[in-house]
Design a protein around this ligand. Structure first.
Ligand SMILES: NC(=O)c1ccc[n+]([C@@H]2O[C@H](COP(=O)([O-])OP(=O)(O)OC[C@H]3O[C@@H](n4cnc5c(N)ncnc54)[C@H](OP(=O)(O)O)[C@@H]3O)[C@@H](O)[C@H]2O)c1
Length: 239
């Protein structure tokens, strides 16, 4: 497994349910972290001592294009390299053919698709330089199939993220960049608290388990590429 020490990780949505678990796990493992968050004060409160220990916290707002490049540039300037990009920030909005207006669809596209695209675009030259760059896009089982009752808009955005993952894999392959679409079912975070029909709390995936999977993926060498990794809570054909 590749030694985490010294490797630089950019992580979006670091103060959310899954992002916070990944932040804690990768910090413990010895990665150097650059967190992209909307609210810097909230991140400082969530991770006391993080900056004193050498971590970087930058403002990243998916709806503001400039913040993606500024975050990538600030990370490269601080650490001199970028080894990993984790596109974790995401939203769920309820959009069906008979419910939810198009503004919500635009919001889903902005946060779940355009922002990761932009970050990959800006970070790829840095990831390629290391010869062993990694991208993890946090997708969903909703990136793999359509299940009745799930927001059509959310499923569409996560399918788009899946296409982007495979495209990024192709773009970075020759330079050693490996890309994984990590596709969990229901995870016990604020995102799904009030969604009808969702997996009961005691059957959900724990964010710490996903963090463990991320740490495992980042340890794999270039010749053990994992393009998609599904983590399900339900019995489903093929998933
Ligand atoms: N929970 C699940 O069941 C589940 C299942 C499959 C996949 N996922 C995916 O996992 C990822 C993390 O979700 P989570 O469950 O941890 O949800 P969460 O607790 O709601 O966290 C979402 C994160 O995304 C950030 N974010 C939202 N809008 C943003 C914007 N406009 N610009 C920048 N950052 C923004 C949030 O920042 P703020 O803290 O500032 O709001 C937060 O840090 C998402 O991509 C989600 O689609 C979740």
């Amino acid at each position: 497994m590749i030694d985490p020490h010294g490797r630089v990780v950019m992580l979006s949505g670091a103060t959310g349910g899954i992002g916070a678990a990944i932040t804690r796990r990768l910090s413990e493992d010895g990665f150097r972290l650059s967190l992209g968050v909307r609210n810097i004060d909230e991140a400082r409160e969530a991770f006391p001592g993080f900056e004193a220990d050498g971590g970087l916290i930058c403002r990243f707002e998916a709806g503001e294009a400039d913040t993606a490049k500024a975050w990538v540039d600030a990370t490269a300037a601080r650490f001199g390299q970028i080894d990993v990009l984790i596109n974790n920030a995401g939203i769920l909005r309820q959009v069906f053919f008979d419910e939810g207006d198009e503004d919500l669809l635009d919001e889903l596209w902005t946060v779940n698709v355009k922002a990761p695209f932009r970050l990959i675009r800006h970070a790829l030259p840095h990831l390629s330089e290391t010869g062993g760059g990694r991208i993890i896009n946090v997708g969903s089982t909703d990136a793999k199939r359509y299940r009745a009752g799930v927001s059509v808009g959310y499923a569409m955005s996560k399918h788009a993220l899946m296409a982007m993952s495979h495209a990024a894999k192709a773009a970075g392959w020759e330079h050693g960049v490996r890309v994984t679409a990590l596709c969990p079912g229901a995870v016990d975070t604020p995102m799904i608290q009030s969604i009808p029909g969702v997996t009961p709390v005691d059957e959900r995936i724990q964010p710490t388990d996903l963090a463990e999977i991320v740490a495992f993926l980042l340890g794999l060498p270039n010749n053990a590429s994992v393009p998609e990794l599904v983590v399900n809570t339900r019995l489903e054909s093929g998933l």
